[in-house]
Design a protein around this ligand. Structure first.
Ligand code: FE2
Ligand code: FE2
Length: 256
């Protein structure tokens, strides 16, 4: 009898949908914002577009270090980057509807942004800390977008209400996929999570310039979680979830 334990392959979960299709017919005429409100919100909408689009840079950084990471991480990243590109496409549609810029003009502005990963370099060399920084960021984004449901509802068009719900549910799924990946590949390192998350939180709260790294973009316009909430709802919440995983076989609900 073969007594060798065969570990199940890690498979990230994904819900496929198209932001471009959903928002295809969105026009400024239907959006209930005054021109002053629109102007005031421009930096926030630009930031949301940039940080979703910055997933391209994050993926490129991971690819450059491919030898250090497992196949499981890459099966997550392949699904994740498709979702993030879909989110970027959606925020681009919304930005175009609100501010009337051409697709080419927006792409040129995005391409001209400075990209520098030195602020988060220390987390990238090790798959476990890379998963933690991403899990922390996805959870922060989930809370932040969830808090914006009423705002998107107030804008009028039904597709914007659907949009923010679909994006938020993707971000929650990314977070859950990452916790499952940590349980699958790095369970023995869970006792290190508290210290690593303290460090992630410290760097996030220190602020400084966000340089297109996808993660730790929590000091710019439009972000609606306080430092205390980043600590309790994100960093500490992940430690608690992972310690539950470490203590036994996690249930599906524990990972959500
Ligand atoms: Fe996203
Ligand atoms: Fe995400």
């Amino acid at each position: 009898m073969n007594t060798q334990t065969v570990r199940d392959e890690y498979r990230p979960r994904q819900r496929r949908w198209s932001a471009a299709e959903l928002l295809d017919r969105l026009t400024l005429r239907e959006i209930e914002l005054s021109s002053e409100q629109r102007e005031e919100l421009e930096p926030s909408f630009w930031n949301f577009l940039c940080s979703e689009d910055d997933s391209r840079h994050f993926y490129r950084q991971a690819q450059a270090r491919r030898g250090r990471y497992s196949d499981a991480l890459f099966s997550f990243l392949e699904v994740w980057r498709e979702d993030e590109a879909n989110h970027a496409a959606g925020f681009k549609k919304i930005y175009q509807a609100l501010y009337g810029q051409s697709s080419e003009a927006i792409d040129a502005r995005l391409a001209a942004r400075r990209v520098d990963f030195s602020r988060i370099e220390e987390f990238l060399g090790d798959e476990f800390t890379l998963c933690l920084v991403l899990a922390y960021d996805e959870l922060a984004t989930t809370h932040a977008y969830h808090r914006d449901f009423a705002f998107y509802e107030s804008l009028g068009p039904d597709e914007l209400k659907t949009w923010i719900r679909l994006v938020t549910s993707d971000e929650a799924l990314h977070h859950a996929n990452l916790l499952r990946l940590i349980g699958h590949q790095h369970r023995h390192r869970v006792p290190e999570a508290r210290r690593a998350l303290d460090r992630i939180l410290e760097i996030d709260l220190r602020g400084g310039d966000y340089e297109a790294t996808f993660v730790l973009d929590h000091s710019g316009a439009g972000f609606n979680l306080s430092p205390e909430e980043l600590s309790s709802l994100c960093a500490q919440a992940i430690v608690k979830k992972l310690e539950r995983i470490h203590g036994g076989v996690p249930t599906a609900q524990e990972l959500m």
